[in-house]
Ligand binder design. Structure first.
Ligand SMILES: Cc1cc2nc3c(=O)[nH]c(=O)nc-3n(C[C@H](O)[C@H](O)[C@H](O)COP(=O)(O)O)c2cc1C
Length: 246
């Protein structure tokens, strides 16, 4: 449209991608991701907002099974540490052990996303007071990637149970570059309706009114906001505003 607004179906498509995006660890199928699809996904990530337009991200694409095995070794070690942390809470520990928390080997491609704070620096417009805005920018790119992948029918799983030190060595990342994410991408046999952690009974989605407040921290009522405050309070987690199917 000439005024830049999305049409109704375009808007529906965006909300559908948002509500049906999932973190995928266990539904990968054996199918290559064609280069044109990967290109669109990466280009979507590269069009994220970034502080001072610094574009501080890099994407390392990994297929080599030898590299992936090394990364999975790191996952297994870090997972073991998590299991030990739950030693005092046996039911939680058992549940943790039962969860599938990565798809490093089964996915088609792994992508390590990094942050380079030296890019276009040292003066990066907008990053002068809040250093973390650089990392926030990379997270925006990751979310773009995640949603674009969903639109392409490609699942993404974020694996953070890893040692960044080991990952840096495996991938030969220079010391000034920070690792932000390790992602596993691949086609899937289904996108689950709910997060795996919710289905497994680990945690549930909070209601919107538990996280929204008006004018000051903790205020969930306000005359000036009455219409919205009531709508927020009525909205249950299962009510997606998007009305379409998966
Ligand atoms: C920063 C970050 C790190 C994550 N690390 C892991 C991980 O190591 N293993 C895993 O299974 N899921 C990981 N996840 C996925 C979350 O568990 C998932 O997003 C959450 O349970 C909600 O599910 P959904 O993404 O399907 O809506 C991570 C997500 C984020 C944003």
């Amino acid at each position: 449209m000439s005024n830049g607004y999305l049409t109704g179906p375009e808007k529906d498509g965006l909300y559908k991608a948002i509500f049906s995006r999932r973190d995928v660890r266990s539904h990968f199928i054996t199918k290559e991701i064609p280069n044109d699809v990967l290109l669109r996904i990466l280009n979507a990530a590269h069009h994220a907002p970034s502080v001072g337009f610094s574009q501080p991200w890099n994407f390392i694409l990994i297929k080599d099974p030898k590299t992936r095995l090394q990364v999975r070794e790191s996952f297994l070690k870090e997972r073991e540490k998590s299991i030990q942390m739950l030693e005092q809470n046996k039911p939680r520990q058992e549940k943790y052990v039962s969860l599938k928390l990565e798809g490093i080997m089964e996915s088609a491609v792994n992508i390590c996303v990094t942050y380079d704070h030296t890019r276009f620096g040292p003066f990066v417009l907008g990053r002068t007071s809040i250093e973390e805005t650089g990392v926030y920018s990379v997270c925006c790119a990751i979310q773009n990637l995640w949603l674009a992948a969903r639109a392409e029918g490609v699942g993404v799983g974020w694996v953070s149970i890893l040692s960044n030190q080991e990952l840096g060595n495996i991938l030969e990342i220079p010391p000034h570059v920070k690792i932000i994410a390790y992602l596993c991408l691949g086609y899937v046999d289904e996108f689950a309706q709910k997060p795996d952690l919710e289905r497994a009974g680990w945690l549930s989605r909070m209601n919107l009114d538990e996280v929204v407040c008006f004018e000051k921290w903790g205020l969930n009522e306000s005359e000036d906001w009455s219409g919205l405050a009531e709508a927020v309070a009525r909205l249950r987690t299962e009510d997606n505003i998007y009305a379409g199917g998966p």
